[in-house]
Design a protein around this ligand. Structure first.
Ligand SMILES: Nc1ncnc2c1ncn2[C@@H]1O[C@H](COP(=O)(O)OP(=O)(O)OP(=O)(O)O)[C@@H](O)[C@H]1O
Length: 296
C-alpha cells in the first residue's frame, strides 16, 4: 500500500536518511522505532509531504504519495492547537485548512470527538485539556477526513500513564479500520498494537521485527549442569535452534516455535548431565530492539 524506495534526505548538507526502503501493507499497524536522532520524524515528514526529499520514491497504491495527501492522516510530534480555541473550533480550523467543507465538518466533528472519547467536550478550550485529551484531539484532527493511512509521530511519549492508556486504547480501536504507522520510544506500549516494527538507526534501516515470527527467537533457556558436559556441548534436540556455552557447565538455549521444555529436560536426563537448574526466559521487544541498534 505504501512503498518507500531508496529514499535519501539531506538537511543542511548532512545526510539524514540513506537508502531507506520498506513497504507497509493495507491493514498493518507498523511501529517505527529508533534511538533519538535516528531520522524517524524526518522520514515521517517525507512520507506526509511536509519535507521534500532529493532521491527515491514514496508511493501510495503505486501512485506518488503527493497525489494522495487526502488519504493520509498525520499527527505530528508537537500538536499546533491554539490554547484559546475550543475542541470543536480547533477541528473546524484544521478541517478547513485541509479542504473539508463546512457541511462535512458539521457532521464529522461530533462523530470524530465521540470516536476519540471527547464527546461532550466540544466547547472545552484546548488549555483545559489534559495531555491525554489533547493528544486524542490531535488524533481526532488526523482522522477527521477518514484517511486510509494514519501516521502518528510519538503519540504517547510525552504522556503520563493515564494519558498513555487513553491514547493506546484509541489506537487499538483505530487499528481495526485504518493502516497505521506509529513512531514511538515506548516499546512495551507499541507491542500492544503493532504487528511489526521497522527499526531505523543513523538514518538507515537496521532491520524489521515481526511480532509473531520473532516469538521463536525470544524463547531462551539457561541450563546449569552439575557435571561438565563434553566440549561438543549438550546436544539438546528438537525445538532448540541454537546453543551458546556460557561457561563449562552453563548453556543458553534459544528455542524455535516447536520448543518443548519438557522434551529438552528429558533429552538432558538421557545424556545424564545432572541438570542443576533451568531458567526459562523470553526476550522482550525492547531487548531485541536494543540488540539491533547497539554498536557492539
Ligand atoms: N531542520 C533541521 N536542521 C538540522 N538538523 C536537523 C533538522 N531536522 C532534523 N535534523 C537532524 O536530523 C537527525 C534526525 O532527526 P529526527 O528528528 O528525524 O530524528 P528522530 O528519530 O525523530 O529523533 P527523536 O526520537 O529524538 O524525535 C537529527 O540528527 C537531527 O538533529
Amino acid at each position: 500500500m505504501i512503498t518507500v524506495e531508496k529514499l535519501h534526505k539531506t538537511i543542511k548538507k548532512r545526510q539524514i536518511l540513506s537508502d531507506v526502503s520498506f513497504t507497509v501493507a493495507q491493514g498493518e499497524c507498523v511501529g517505527l522505532l529508533g534511538p533519538n536522532g535516528a531520522g524517524k520524524t524526518t522520514l515521517i515528514k517525507c512520507m506526509t509531504g511536509v519535507l521534500h526529499y532529493e532521491q527515491g520514491n514514496i508511493t501510495f497504491h503505486s501512485k506518488p504519495i503527493a497525489q494522495h495527501k487526502q488519504d493520509i492522516g498525520y499527527l505530528s510530534q508537537h500538536t499546533d492547537f491554539k490554547p484559546w480555541m475550543s475542541c470543536a473550533e480547533s477541528l473546524r480550523f484544521f478541517g478547513k485548512l485541509s479542504g473539508l467543507d463546512a457541511a462535512v465538518l458539521q457532521e464529522a466533528i461530533p462523530a470524530v470527538l465521540e470516536e476519540v472519547g471527547l464527546k461532550g467536550k466540544e466547547s472545552y478550550k484546548v488549555e483545559q485539556l489534559s495531555g491525554g485529551m489533547k493528544q486524542r484531539l490531535g488524533i481526532a484532527q488526523a482522522i477527521l477526513h477518514e484517511p486510509q493511512l494514519l501516521i502518528l509521530d510519538e503519540p504517547v511519549s510525552a504522556l503520563d500513564p493515564i494519558g498513555r492508556n487513553e491514547v493506546k486504547k484509541l489506537i487499538a480501536r483505530l487499528k481495526k479500520r485504518t493502516t497505521i504507522i506509529i513512531s514511538t520510544h515506548i516499546l512495551d506500549d507499541a507491542s500492544e498494537f503493532c504487528d511489526r516494527y521497522i527499526v531505523i538507526k543513523d538514518g538507515v534501516i537496521a532491520g524489521t521485527i515481526d511480532s509473531q515470527l520473532q516469538q521463536a527467537d525470544r524463547k531462551q533457556i539457561l541450563v546449569k549442569t552439575a557435571k561438565t558436559p563434553p566440549a561438543s556441548g549438550i546436544g539438546a534436540g528438537d525445538g532448540v535452534a541454537h546453543i551458546e556455552r556460557l561457561s563449562p557447565s552453563a548453556f543458553l538455549l534459544t528455542g524455535t516455535e516447536q520448543l518443548d521444555l519438557k522434551k529438552v529436560v528429558n533429552d538432558m536426563d538421557a545424556q545424564e548431565l545432572d541438570v542443576k537448574s533451568i531458567e526459562f526466559y523470553e526476550k522482550g521487544i525492547e531487548e531485541i530492539f536494543l540488540e539491533m541498534v547497539s554498536d557492539t
